[in-house]
Design a protein around this ligand. Structure first.
Ligand code: SF4
Length: 333
C-alpha cells in the first residue's frame, strides 16, 4: 500500500543578478516514485544529483516549484504550515551528521524529548519515561538521557538521532546519508538497527546515500538520480544484477569489487568527467556528455522513463525500440 507518492516533482532555485532573474538551478526536475508502507526505497546518485533536495521536498521543508506530493492519501502541496504540523509527526528525518543535528548544550532527554513537547505528546515525567523507552529501543541505556552529546561516540550519537526521529511515532523516516559520517565498523550496526525498527514498527524509509553497498543492503526498491532526474528505478536486486541505464552501470563499476576479474570487466564503463552544472543541463539525455554509448539522438532528444521489464524502468534511448535500432547501435559503437 502506497504511503508516499511523488509525482513529477520539480524544484528550481532562481539565480538572481542585480535583483534580476537570470536563470535557475534545476535541482530536481520531474521526479516520480512511490514509497510503500513498511518498505525501503533507496535514492542513489553522485553529489549534486538532487537526492537531498528531493528529501527536503518530500518533508515539505522546501516548497516544490511544481508537481504532486501525497502522504497517506493527503495532498501535501495544498497544505499550509498549520495543517502540515500533524502530518509532520508522521514524517521524520535522520541527518548525516548526528552531532550537527544535536544541540551541544542540550541534554539528551531534552533533545530526544523536544518533538514530544512540540507536538504536545508528553512533558515532565512522561517525557522522561518516553525518552527512556526510546533510548532502550535504539540500544542505549535509559540512564544516558542526562548526558550531553559530546559524551557519545559517532555511532551512539546517530542512535540518539534515530531515537529522536522515532519520538513522534512516524510512519516514514527519511534517512539522508544517515550512516555516511559514522565509521565503517559502526555502519552495519546502525543499518541493522534501522532494519530491526522497520520490522518491529512497520516503518517506511526513504534512504538516501551515495554508497551503493549500503543502499543495496537496506533497500527493497532503488531510484537512481542523475542531474535532478530519475534515470532508473526498480527492485533493488534487479537494478543491481541487471542495470538498464549506463549511468547505473557506471556507478556499479565504481564500487570496489573483491573479485579482480569483475573489477577489470567493469572498469571499461566508468563514466568520465564530472556531472555538468544543474544551471545548464545538457540538452537531450543529460548523461550524454559522459555516456560511452551516446549517439546522435541522445544529444537532442530527452529519453523518458519507460518499463524495460516488469517493474523495472530506465530512461535511455538504447532501451526503446527506436534507440535500439541498428543505426543507433552503429553510432554508439
Ligand atoms: Fe547514453 Fe544515450 Fe542512453 Fe543517455 S540515452 S544513457 S546518452 S545511450
Amino acid at each position: 500500500m502506497t504511503l508516499l507518492e511523488v509525482r513529477d516533482l520539480t524544484k528550481h532555485f532562481p539565480i538572481t543578478k542585480w535583483g534580476r532573474n537570470v536563470g535557475a538551478v534545476r535541482a530536481v526536475d520531474g521526479v516520480s516514485f512511490t514509497v510503500p508502507r513498511g518498505r525501503t526505497v533507496g535514492l542513489v546518485g553522485e553529489s549534486g544529483s538532487g537526492k537531498s533536495t528531493t528529501a527536503r521536498l518530500v518533508l515539505r521543508l522546501l516548497r516544490p516549484t511544481s508537481g504532486g506530493l501525497r502522504f497517506d492519501g493527503t495532498d501535501l502541496i495544498a497544505k499550509g504550515p498549520r495543517e502540515l504540523k500533524p502530518l509532520r509527526r508522521r514524517m521524520q528525518i535522520v541527518f548525516q551528521d548526528p552531532f550537527a543535528a544535536l544541540n551541544p548544550r542540550m541534554r539528551i532527554v531534552d533533545a530526544v524529548g523536544e518533538p514530544l513537547e512540540v507536538h504536545g505528546l508528553a512533558t515532565g515525567r512522561r517525557k522522561r519515561n518516553r525518552v527512556g523507552e526510546l533510548l532502550e529501543h535504539v540500544g542505549l541505556p535509559p540512564g544516558d538521557m542526562d548526558k550531553y552529546p559530546h559524551q557519545f561516540s559517532g555511532g551512539q550519537a546517530q542512535r540518539i538521532g534515530i531515537a529522536r526521529a522515532l519520538a513522534t511515532g512516524p510512519d516514514l523516516i527519511v534517512c539522508d546519508e544517515a550512516v555516511s559520517a559514522v565509521d565503517v565498523s559502526v555502519q552495519a550496526q546502525v543499518l541493522n538497527l534501522l532494519k530491526r525498527l522497520q520490522r518491529e514498527l512497520g516503518l517506511a524509509y526513504l534512504f538516501i546515500a551515495h554508497d551503493l553497498n549500503v543502499v543495496r543492503y537496506v533497500s527493497d526498491e532503488i531510484c537512481v538520480m542523475y542531474l535532478g532526474e530519475i534515470v532508473e528505478r526498480g527492485e533493488a536486486e534487479t537494478v543491481f544484477s541487471a542495470p538498464a541505464h549506463p549511468y547505473t552501470e557506471a556507478l556499479l563499476a565504481a564500487v570496489p569489487s573483491p573479485d579482480p576479474a569483475k573489477a577489470r570487466s567493469h572498469a571499461r564503463v566508468i563514466a568520465p568527467g564530472d556531472p555538468p552544472s544543474p544551471r545548464r543541463p545538457p540538452p537531450g539525455c543529460r548523461f550524454h556528455t559522459r555516456c560511452p554509448h551516446a549517439f546522435d539522438r541522445c544529444r537532442t532528444e530527452r529519453p523518458v522513463l519507460q518499463e524495460v521489464s516488469p517493474g523495472h524502468h530506465a530512461a535511455c534511448h538504447l532501451r526503446d525500440p527506436l534507440g535500439g535500432s541498428p543505426r543507433g547501435r552503429e553510432e554508439a559503437s
